[in-house]
Design a protein around this ligand. Sequence first.
Ligand code: FPP
Length: 277
Amino acid sequence: MHSSGTLRIHELSPEEQTVYATLKPERLPEHVAIIMDGNGRWAGQRSLKRFFGHQQGARSVQMVTETASRIGLPWLTLYAFSLENNLRRPRAEVNFLMRLLKSYLESNVQRMMDNNVRIRYIGRTHDLPPEVQEKMRWAEEITARNTGTTLTLALNYGGRSELVDAFRRLAAEIQHKHISADHITEQDIHRHLYTAHMPDPDLLIRTSGEMRISNFLPWQIAYTEIFVTERYWPDFRGIHLLEAIADFQRRERRYGGLGEDCGEVEDDPERIHIAAS
Ligand code: FPP
């Protein structure tokens, strides 16, 4: 069930090891997705420009990815840049985020190699500046054969536009194969998502306290457990990932079925009289 990368628990910090010791290794999530929020507020609290918040946020990305790789988490997906960020943020901030991404990839590929991390992307990445796309491809190719954590950055990503892209491809396919629309299944839609090669997230973390999904993986998180922390992303570290996993492990996932304390199940529901309301 888990990645073929070896566990490197001894590389966790002593504090992380203490939290890791409380986890059930056989019930680790396979896929954790994170909405990284609060960079701007983190900077604002310190009377710094928003850019500093993003810069610190990039450090959190590396730290959290390394902890994920040490515990053998197979899939980590981070919402780094949404379609809406691209359209609605000031150009100067968007340009800064693009430069930050490029420099992040340049300076962290070696650490990804050291940590057996493979990098991938989801989103309408073909609309990003060509020099950014080039750096993205470069990092993807270098890390392609790593077998530990797959770090997926959602870039110029929007959940609804992912569905539009999927439906367009599916429509072209059924037209080409002369298949009736009545035969479309959930599996067919899944096959055309950007995430077709990954399991759905088990756990979605959102930092900075907002109770929103913000158009992140809307199809994929149908049964995902959600963990919201007040902590701003630039302050989020590996230990907080482990704490979120500990919280996740205390929950019971039912996928629409019945849980342990669900009440007695009636053997013959036909016998039950339904009172008129
Ligand atoms: C949300 O904070 C964060 C973003 C819009 C961008 C996320 C980017 C990073 C974490 C850094 C770069 C990432 C990589 C992979 C190099 P916000 O600006 O919305 O914060 P606010 O809500 O407090 O204003």
